[in-house]
Write a protein that binds this ligand. Structure first.
Ligand code: ATP
Ligand code: MG
Length: 429
């Protein structure tokens, strides 16, 4: 079939390297990213392949990628068929299944997928990328074919993407707005005026360069973490404090954090454990580490676990319900207060080994604070963080609870009561 389509230089390279298992097209706005993915998908569907395509949102999938594919295939006389319900697109004997980063776990079950295309990859979460990649299996499919297309990441949360680029520099194809001869000079001029030639935003948006950046309203930014040399960090400092975010309410991860006032000693995570196992874990942690005080998240299974340990004299732990009233009026709830206080502690030099705790750092950097309509400081909802990074910020919750226990120690009332009884029995009080 003779298809009449002119290509830009990077588009030619992208399509020519068809046998490469991985290509990462990182480019500026309007450089022809979506057009290129569309051509790639059409080519492979014409060869009878089954493909998966991922976009940031359902709307981007249907209104941008699939509609671009459909229009091009139509223009080439290929009779494409879109099924909006199933989010599939058929061209020739091939098919593309479409998914969205908004529902990363919908990508289940498919096999015999030849290749994947992920548009705006650097903004998608790792779980979405992994779930899509897991589809690339089946008889006769030896090497996976992955095509990641994206403008540079402007937000934290795409560590997986940065890591992939570090590992596969040979797979990166770069392009800029100027590599696309199919946009008008007016459009180029408009972007130049909007971003200002030479500015960071210009370099990022128009030239497609990586510029590390954080949300302006992130509670902690990359530059806020102190280096070990500049901290007072010591494993030996006592006392120790403990925070635990318990699995439950649909989540299957229990995370606990152990700290002293100089920094984070350890984060531990456990999958799928029941109330009794969670209770035993906490008791054991307190015994082994001789912890002075702790806090647990009383949502989900937390209440049940707390009921089981609250009378244990050796476990001085407070149950915190994230929605409960803050101690200071300026915060919406205690969750917002605890996160803001913990952020301040980190900025004041509390040490976190950022390379050993990448997930925790990602969770903190994606936690944003804003002033709500009632003039209270509020932390964005867990659901919003989950959408960005593909998981709940369980490690951050555990750390924040531990810092809360450190900043607001409480006397162990049950331990004190038991102690008093003993003293009374001995005739001392
Ligand atoms: N080979 C081509 N032939 C004709 N037009 C093209 C070609 N490549 C890109 N274009 C046109 O250039 C414009 C920008 O392309 P596209 O939308 O693919 O860029 P993008 O990098 O995905 O942009 P955005 O950053 O907005 O997502 C579109 O109008 C597209 O149709
Ligand atoms: Mg695009």
């Amino acid at each position: 079939m003779d298809i009449d389509c002119r290509l830009s230089v990077p588009q030619t390279e992208f399509l020519r390297r068809d046998e490469d298992p991985l290509l990462i097209w990182q480019a500026g706005v309007g450089s022809g990213k979506t057009f290129t993915c569309s051509l790639y998908l059409i080519k492979h569907m014409l060869e009878g392949h089954r493909m998966v395509a991922g976009c940031l949102t359902h709307s981007a999938l249907m209104k941008t990628l699939f509609s671009q594919c459909f229009d091009l295939a139509w223009k080439f006389g290929l009779n494409p068929v879109i099924n909006k319900q199933d989010k599939t697109l058929k061209v020739g004997t091939g098919i593309t299944y479409g998914y969205s980063n908004e529902a990363p776990n919908d990508v289940l079950g498919l096999s015999n997928i030849y290749g994947l295309v992920l548009d705006e990859a650097s903004r998608c979460c790792e779980a979405f990328y992994n779930n899509l990649s897991d589809r690339l299996r089946g008889e006769g499919l030896d090497a996976p074919h992955k095509r990641l297309i994206t403008s540079p990441c402007t937000e934290p949360g795409s560590e997986w993407y940065a890591e992939l680029k570090r590992k596969h520099p040979e797979s990166i194809i770069r392009a800029t707005l100027y590599s696309n001869p199919f946009v008008s000079l007016e459009y180029i001029k408009e972007l130049e005026d909007r971003y200002g030639i030479g500015s960071q935003l210009y370099r990022q948006q128009v030239l497609g360069e990586d510029i590390a950046s954080d949300y302006l309203n992130a509670i902690v930014r990359a530059t806020d973490f102190v280096d070990k040399e500049n901290s007072r960090f010591s494993y030996l400092t006592k006392p120790l404090y403990y925070g635990v975010d318990l699995a439950g309410s649909g989540r299957d991860l229990t995370a606990s954090a152990l700290i002293n006032e100089t920094g984070l000693l350890n984060i531990k995570t456990l999958h799928k454990i029941d109330t009794i196992a969670q209770k035993n874990m906490i008791i054991e942690d307190f015994e082994v580490d001789n912890i002075q005080g702790g806090a647990l998240d009383a949502g989900g299974l937390g209440v049940g676990v707390y009921d089981n340990i609250k009378h244990n004299p050796r476990v001085n732990i407070e149950a915190v319900n994230f929605a409960q009233a803050p101690s200071k009026d300026m915060y919406l709830n205690i969750r917002s207060e605890m996160y803001c206080e913990a952020a301040q502690v980190i900025k004041d030099g509390f040490y976190i080994d950022t390379s050993a705790n990448k997930e925790l750092v990602e969770e903190l950097r994606n936690t944003q604070v804003f002033v709500n309509e009632k003039n209270k400081l509020q932390i964005i909802a867990k659901e919003d963080i989950r959408k960005r990074i593909g998981r709940s910020p369980d490690r951050a919750d555990a750390l924040v609870l531990a810092i809360h226990a450190m900043l607001h120690p409480r006397t162990n009332s049950s331990a004190a009561a038991v102690g008093n009884k003993v003293l009374a029995a001995l005739g001392y009080v």
